[in-house]
Structures are given as structure tokens and as C-alpha cells.
Ligand binder design. Structure first.
Ligand code: SF4
Length: 341
């Protein structure tokens, strides 16, 4: 018999499971609180359940837990974790400390099949999707390790969240539930390389999260060179999906632009970028791209990035250069896992 991944069940699914197995509705709530507020790792820790109920849960379900395989702490307090999943695969999670609270960057897949040329996470392709419980456990394990609360979540680690749509949506449902961590949807950002049909699907859910688009180029030719997803979904389609998303959800979109030396950092790129963003609340994050082993791309010079930012400002686009936390431990996303592999 396949045991049930109980941490991936939302409150309604858990209530249904409880009743089907002879428990009461209030037992489901007790179990949910143990799993999602108290972060228990073992059914025997659920001390307000009868022994019989705990034995039934042990027989029919399992609790996903992560192990710390490696941990790097920066002088600025940023922590990068390599977490080992129950099947032995590893993923990365980063905790960033800001004045307004702790923010966590979580992975959504083991590896990634999107093939962005500047990204370490895609070297080796996608191994598998993460279950909702495995995305949740990154936050729970990090809170447990640090003893600190996490208030903001960024789905920007290893993997393309919209390529693991159902599990990512379940994750958002559970992490925002009132008997769980009760994190506001407004405090969650989801970053995508631009899987157009999934952007429309996401829009229909009308979530209060922030959608973030990794743009990284201003023409289809250039984008195809660095982001193969452009072969399937050219910029015109992507920007149309963004316009639709904003209209349907009433939420603004944030745009990310990785600055790659000699590839997308000219003044002409800045002009084209301002035109692409026309009609949106004009704000873009410029990200000095991290060097990745085996990639021909390197980050633009600081002067070029500044000039790019000034040009955008002149053109009425508000651009910020991303402050890089954890510089001393900042291997590019996916690199720690690659070393481990
Ligand atoms: S940048 Fe994101 S979507 Fe692209 S390969 Fe890396 S993890 Fe995948």
C-alpha cells in the first residue's frame, strides 16, 4: 500500500481522510496544526491524539522531513541550505534577513528543464517535481534551524514553479491557510521564465501573490540565445499574457532583468526594454548575473549596469539594481547542488 503524503493535504483533504478513517473533524484540525504550525516530524509527537489514531496515521501516512546536507552562513546573516530530500536528492533554499523581516527563497523542482544558459540549476536537467510537502518543509526546517519566523516567500530557487503548477498551487494554499503558517498571499512572489499558457491558468485563480517575470532580453533572437523557452513562447505572446494577467487579477507584475556582459546590456537594449514595459507599472529589477561554471556568460561591468539604469530612468522606467545579499557565499543558484552531485 502506498502511504499518503499527509503534509501535502490541504485542510479539506485532511478532514476527508480523517473522517474516512474513523477520526472526528476536530482531529483533522489537531493534526493540521501539529504538521503546519508546530512542525512535528513524527506522529508520536501528536500528543493530543489517541494511541490508536497515531498508530493508524503511522500505518497509512508519512511525514516529509528534510535533512540539512550543507549550510553556508554569510557575514551579512544570509544562510544558504542544501537540503536532502527523503529520496536522497538535494535542493537549495536561501534565508535572507531584511529589516522588514525574514524572506526565504525556495526550490520547486529537483533540477530544471528550462535550459536557461546562464543558470546552474538546469545543468543536468530536471530530475523530478517537488511535492507540496517538500516545498513547505524548506520553510519549516529553516524556521526550526534558526528559531526565527519567516514572513516572506520567493519561489525563485531551483526549478520553474509553473512547470510544477498543481503542487506549487497546493503549497500556496497550505502556507496561507489560517491553521497553518497563515502567511499572506501578498508576501509571496512567484518567478517564472514565461510559460505562457500557465500564466493564463494562474490568472484565473486570481491569487493575491506577486508574479515576477524573468525577461532577460529585449528581442526574440537574443532571448532564444539565452532562454530556450522563447522558442515556444516569443516575447509578443509573453507580454500579452502579462497584460491579461494584470487585467484579470488587478495585481502588478514585477520584471527581472539579468545583466549579462555583451549580451543584453547596451543602451539600445535599455530603449527596447522601456518599450516592452510600456503600459505596465514601470519597474524592473536589474540583477548582475552570477558567474556559473561551464557557462560562457559573465556579469556586466558595474559601470555598464549604472548607465543602463540611468537610461531607463531617463525613459521613465524605474529600475533598481538588486542588492546582493550573501556575497561571500553567493555561489549561483543551483551551484551548491551541482557540486554535491
Ligand atoms: S533560470 Fe529558472 S527557469 Fe531558467 S533554468 Fe534556471 S531555474 Fe530553470
Amino acid at each position: 500500500m502506498n502511504r499518503i503524503d499527509i503534509k501535502s493535504l490541504n485542510p479539506e483533504q485532511l478532514a476527508e481522510f480523517a473522517v474516512e478513517n474513523g477520526l472526528k473533524g476536530f482531529n483533522a484540525k489537531q493534526i493540521y496544526v501539529w504538521l503546519h504550525q508546530k512542525n512535528v516530524t513524527d506522529f508520536d509527537q501528536m500528543t493530543n491524539l489517541s494511541k490508536q489514531a497515531r498508530e493508524m496515521l503511522k500505518e497509512k501516512c508519512f511525514i516529509t522531513n528534510l535533512e540539512i546536507a550543507q549550510k553556508q552562513v554569510s557575514v551579512d546573516g544570509t544562510i544558504k541550505y542544501l537540503y536532502r530530500l527523503p529520496d536522497g536528492n538535494c535542493i537549495e533554499t536561501v534565508l535572507m534577513r531584511y529589516e522588514h523581516g525574514n524572506s526565504i527563497c525556495v526550490s520547486s523542482q529537483v533540477g530544471c528543464r528550462m535550459g536557461c544558459k546562464f543558470c546552474a540549476s538546469t545543468q543536468g536537467g530536471k530530475v523530478r517535481d517537488l511535492a507540496a510537502s517538500e516545498i513547505l518543509s524548506q520553510l519549516y526546517a529553516t524556521e526550526q534551524d534558526t528559531g526565527e519566523r519567516v514572513s516572506n516567500i520567493v519561489l525563485m530557487g531551483i526549478g520553474e514553479p509553473l512547470d510544477n503548477f498543481d503542487n506549487v498551487i497546493s503549497f500556496i494554499g497550505i502556507i496561507t491557510s489560517k491553521d497553518g503558517k497563515n502567511i499572506s498571499q501578498r508576501n509571496i512572489s512567484l518567478s517564472t521564465c514565461g510559460i505562457v499558457p500557465k500564466i493564463y491558468e494562474l490568472a484565473k485563480l486570481k491569487l493575491g501573490i506577486t508574479l515576477s517575470i524573468s525577461l532577460h532580453a529585449t528581442t526574440n533572437e537574443a532571448r532564444k540565445r539565452t532562454m530556450p523557452v522563447s522558442n515556444a513562447y516569443p516575447l509578443e505572446q509573453l507580454m500579452q499574457a502579462c497584460r491579461d494577467y494584470t487585467k484579470t487579477t488587478g495585481r502588478r507584475i514585477s520584471f527581472e532583468y539579468a545583466m549579462i556582459k555583451g549580451e543584453n546590456d547596451t543602451q539600445e537594449d535599455a530603449v527596447r526594454l522601456s518599450k516592452l514595459l510600456h503600459g505596465f507599472i514601470n519597474h524592473v529589477n536589474l540583477i548582475p548575473v552570477n558567474p556559473v561554471d561551464g557557462s560562457p556568460f559573465s556579469q556586466s561591468d558595474a559601470r555598464i549596469i549604472k548607465e543602463f539604469q540611468s537610461k531607463l530612468t531617463q525613459l521613465g522606467v524605474n529600475a533598481t539594481i538588486r542588492r546582493r545579499l550573501g556575497q561571500d557565499i553567493s555561489a549561483a543558484c543551483g551551484q551548491l547542488r551541482n557540486e554535491h552531485r
